[in-house]
Ligand binder design. Sequence first.
Ligand SMILES: *[C@@H]1O[C@H](CO)[C@@H](O)[C@H](O)[C@H]1NC(C)=O
Ligand SMILES: *[C@@H]1O[C@H](CO)[C@@H](O)[C@H](O)[C@H]1NC(C)=O
Ligand SMILES: *[C@@H]1O[C@H](CO)[C@@H](O)[C@H](O)[C@H]1NC(C)=O
Ligand SMILES: *[C@@H]1O[C@H](CO)[C@@H](O)[C@H](O)[C@H]1NC(C)=O
Length: 416
Amino acid sequence: MRALVRIFLVCLWVSTARGHQFTEEEMQDVRQRIKGMFYHAYNSYLDNAFPYDELRPLTCDGQDTWGSFSLTLIDALDTLLVLGNHTEFQRVASLLQETVDFDIDINASVFETNIRVVGGLLSAHLLSGRAGVQLEPGWPCSGPLLRMAEDAARKLLPAFETPTGMPYGTVNLLRGVSPTETPVTCTAGVGTFILEFATLSRLTGNVTFEDTARRALRALWKTRSDIGLVGNHIDVVSQKWMAQDAGIGAGVDSYFEYLVKGAILLQDEELLHMFDAYYRALENYTRFDDWYLWVQMHKGTVSMPVFQSLEAFWPGLQTLLGNVDSAVRTFQNYYSVWRQFGGLPEFYSISQGYTVDKREGYPLRPELVESAMYLFKATADHTYLQLGLDALESVERIAKTPCGYASVSASLAEVG
Ligand SMILES: *[C@@H]1O[C@H](CO)[C@@H](O)[C@H](O)[C@H]1NC(C)=O
Ligand SMILES: *[C@@H]1O[C@H](CO)[C@@H](O)[C@H](O)[C@H]1NC(C)=O
Ligand SMILES: *[C@@H]1O[C@H](CO)[C@@H](O)[C@H](O)[C@H]1NC(C)=O
Ligand SMILES: *[C@@H]1O[C@H](CO)[C@@H](O)[C@H](O)[C@H]1NC(C)=O
């Protein structure tokens, strides 16, 4: 009931706010603020944390988290180009080539290394063509960042050598998969490779990467339940589902995202067909009042009536598919939670209208803002710019430290 009241209030708010059109000057001003935020975080990382993976914004030092890759710098490369800083891009791209080595004795997440390292290097490689930086002859099929991406991806391939082709979750970059490694991988950990691996194959001419990602996708597709749903964790050797909650959030999210974005990037009917079938089943079994709940993958019965902040990518995906009306409704539900707390708690109980114990924090996730971006592109409605600006101001208020931006760990306080 509280949820319904809030939805109503948000609808009212949205319709009154629709009046405000941002002028070019206002947008210019916000762009400058965003650049200021980026450089606050970026320079803090370089000054206090490089060559570690991440900055610790409270103690103002660095630590390795997902490996030992200077991960934040890899992540920031494409942003430097988007912000037009070509000289800095060139400087740190060379620095990374000199310092990062993937021949290291590290147990790395196959999923995280792909999306962050391989993906970060590939997008920087491709964007560099538009950035006036000096390109190697043969670009985009040749270049130092492409070679680094291929190097990193090659280290992940041993994880896919399973009877099903679905990968283990962890691989040692030097030694391959440990004999004691668990065969249980989350769904997203199986189905989130096609964008990077197909891009790599098409740029390098080596089909191994794309074939590997497709084989995992096809194996996963075959394990869906009779009612068309997939669960949360699967044994990649036996194909047995070990966690049977079906939904669109943690553990699954980017599988659906990559089916759609893969279908678009590669103009691929097979990927779209897979997604369409999941979409019908998800709409049928998991959607209630434009929220998405978790259900048992075989029976379709509700197992967890919560909204997770990771799910906020979904309206963006619906927008990409042209389902703008559904996207707007679900986005308004999610944004009502943002407004209640001034940020998105990790888990939100839809029935109780409140955060879930121990899941109150906000680790600065970008999903809701990504959805707002797609909705703005689709509708040109400046309401979404206002939401972006509100998000920016929240982050400045609740997360900024002298040394960067920190996750908000507990108790997002209820506001307004
Ligand atoms: C690029 O980034 C560097 C490092 O933060 C900074 O010193 C320089 O002013 C930036 N240049 C532009 C054009 O923003
Ligand atoms: C990687 O994981 C294996 C298996 O759990 C373990 O034996 C090994 O010590 C780990 N290596 C590193 C560098 O952490
Ligand atoms: C493609 O890459 C894989 C993995 O590195 C390698 O084993 C294979 O020989 C390569 N194929 C070609 C044609 O170069
Ligand atoms: C929707 O769910 C009902 C059962 O609640 C089922 O009979 C029907 O086949 C489902 N349709 C689709 C497209 O999944």
